[in-house]
Design a protein around this ligand. Sequence first.
Ligand code: KG4
Ligand code: ZN
Length: 335
Amino acid sequence: MKILGIETSCDETAAAVVEDGVRILSNQIASQVEIHARYGGIVPEVASRQHILAIIPTIEQAMAKAETTWSDLAGIAVTNGPGLVGSLLVGVNAAKAISLAHRLPITGVNHLEGHIYASWLGNHSIHFPLVCLIVSGGHSDLVLMRGHGDYVVLGRTRDDASGEAFDKAARILGLGYPGGPAIEQAARNGTASIQLPRAWLKGTSDFSFSGVKTALLRLVEAGKIALSANQSDELPTRADAAASFQEAVIDVLVTKAVAAAKERRVKQILLVGGVASNELLRKRLAENSSIPVLVPEPVLCTDNAAMIAACGYYHFQAGRVDGLDLDVVASLRLA
Ligand code: KG4
Ligand code: ZN
């Protein structure tokens, strides 16, 4: 059963063909990163316009690469939220047009649910119940999954998402956009010598990352981090600050995910979303958890359409088909 996945919720125009929810036949991504980097972050209007330019060629490439014809497809899965409305609309309308022209069923996929289903790609053995730590630019959620499509949100961020915190910290340190990979790269040349605060929010599975970001900002404002060559050799460097920030965020994510998984006595932990491509986070979670951890390969952690197609397969199996009235929902929730 081949599904065409379409993803345009943020700044990547993506299309993929996935067979039986596990085998990737193609996975095309047209990234807008270079365009948004000029502005230091995503400009929604620019993102929508870029999606319009890229959507048809990206879908055509995905179909060609998968050597798939329209009649080979069983359906189309498209992200309909959460995300930027203008961006989501481009993918959803493309899916509707194809659905109408080729008489294919469509199913709307929650972007976060898509991130979770990246774990199924490659045919890994996955056992319920499990806990998912979803860490992306817009979300930091701990979710209990009891079966396909069965979610209980255990906790979420009360302010910044972890990816957003990485992006803001990178801006504070003058490391550019996107911040996650920039911080990870810079941290390789530093040591986590600065003790930054961690918000534990004890007794909950919620997160808060605005405090650690503000603490970093205060240190920079007070001239306590050497951001230019003529500052004192005694001060911690930009690389040390990046390493300390990364350490603080990962410490909280790992500790809280492991605690939630133990408390719920689950069989597995899934680590998903753009921040899950961070090598240190992957390593730390695996080292600190007695419960098996599964993390998709980095390219399947950041936004892609293969994960949307994988999720769509399970929607179709469960009879979850949408009509041409499928709408986009900017703040669509899981569960
Ligand atoms: O899942 P994603 O591609 O898009 C959203 O759904 O938001 O996640 C993007 C986020 C960005 O905030 C980016 O800085 C972060 O993931 N990210 C990383 C890394 N790669 C991407 N954060 C930390 N380390 C990384 N290597
Ligand atoms: Zn995402």
